[in-house]
Ligand binder design. Structure first.
Ligand code: SAH
Length: 209
């Protein structure tokens, strides 16, 4: 049984184009309140981004849902996530694929995200403090790549680390201006690009802290 609050949450995701029942089911189960500061827990099921530590944000749930849906995940897939932040998107991905390799450039956030995932018994995630703009060559290639911070162009290392037939979802555009969420599909010979929706993400920065 879903609480009225959860029902309204799922309804607002659906209204915003998150229609894949598997994605909605996972988002109804993952407790978003565990991924925000305790004083913001009462707003966890508003369809809004919220501030987290290190001046970053937990993404808007409908955007998390759309990105997840566009990845068309299955239980055999290996996924790279760049910009794990709170770990909320990581938890959702982990529920729909074989393993998530997640990178976060803020050590504090990486540490918090790891302990939240462990507390929820989510064990198919390897989450490390590091610069995801270079991808993760050790574990490449990936079936899917999700980037949660905006670059001006798709980073070359990430394109290189995507399998043939693979999909990458990432926001493209400058900080503070309108960005587009892009779906990149790798074919045998070329990459194809589709614009999905307008979004607003923090910038993808190089190096880590
Ligand atoms: N989906 C996450 C989004 C967090 S915001 C959530 O809902 O919590 C994006 C995150 O990307 C921030 O935590 C930021 O620190 C991180 N980030 C930015 N550039 C990065 C990089 N080059 N490598 C890894 N993480 C990066």
């Amino acid at each position: 049984m879903m609480t009225p609050e959860k029902e309204a949450f799922i309804g607002s995701l659906h209204d915003d184009g998150v229609t894949d029942p598997r994605v909605l089911d996972v988002m109804a189960r993952i407790p978003r309140e565990r991924f925000v500061e305790p004083q913001l827990a009462h707003r966890a099921y508003d369809n809004l981004p919220l501030p987290i530590a290190c001046e970053q944000t937990i993404s808007q749930p409908s955007v998390v849902g759309r990105m997840t849906q566009e990845l068309a995940l299955d239980s055999r897939m290996k996924v790279l996530e760049v910009g794990a932040g709170s770990g909320y998107q990581t938890a959702i991905l982990a529920s729909l694929c074989r393993r998530v390799y997640a990178l976060e450039r803020h050590a504090t956030l990486a540490e918090q995200a790891r302990s939240r995932l462990a507390a929820l018994d989510i064990t198919n995630v390897i989450l490390t403090h590091g610069d995801g703009s270079e991808g993760w060559p050790l574990h490449a290639p990936f079936d899917r790549i999700l980037v949660a911070a905006a670059a001006e162009d798709p980073p070359r290392p990430l394109l290189d680390q995507l399998k043939v037939g693979g999909i990458m979802i990432l926001p493209i555009g400058e900080e503070g201006s309108i960005q587009q969420l892009i779906k990149v599909t790798r074919g045998v010979k070329e990459f194809t690009y589709h614009e999905l929706i307008s979004v607003r993400f923090v910038p993808l920065l190089h190096g880590f802290r």
